[in-house]
Design a protein around this ligand. Sequence first.
Ligand code: AMP
Length: 117
Amino acid sequence: MSEPSIFSRIMAGEIPADILYEDEDCICINDIQPQAPTHVLIIPRKAIARLADATAEDKALLGALMLRVGDIARKLGVDDAFRVCINNGERAGQTVFHLHIHLLAGKSFSEGSLSMQ
Ligand code: AMP
């Protein structure tokens, strides 16, 4: 069995984090290296390594996470303009192998910024 991810350790209370919201499905924390004035991570309690590892069993959970994104954006007052991002795999920039959704807001996003090298 693989080591618990840093996010599982945060959820277990072993590592401190800035927890903004939590419920039975997920937690939401401030990103430690923010890429925008608002940069939070929505992280399911279930340790799914990558989005590509989610299965049909996770359908309700994935839906719940997306709804949480909207709720959290409203709570943070950024629901009129935000971007969500999920990095899947090392070559796509994933560094923590526990599924998480980046919610970024508070800066302007150019159309070309979805490009990958
Ligand atoms: P990714 O590169 O998509 O896997 O995103 C991982 C994100 O987790 C990065 O934006 C990191 O800055 C963030 N991160 C890593 N460790 C922590 C931590 N202890 N608390 C909050 N955010 C973290």
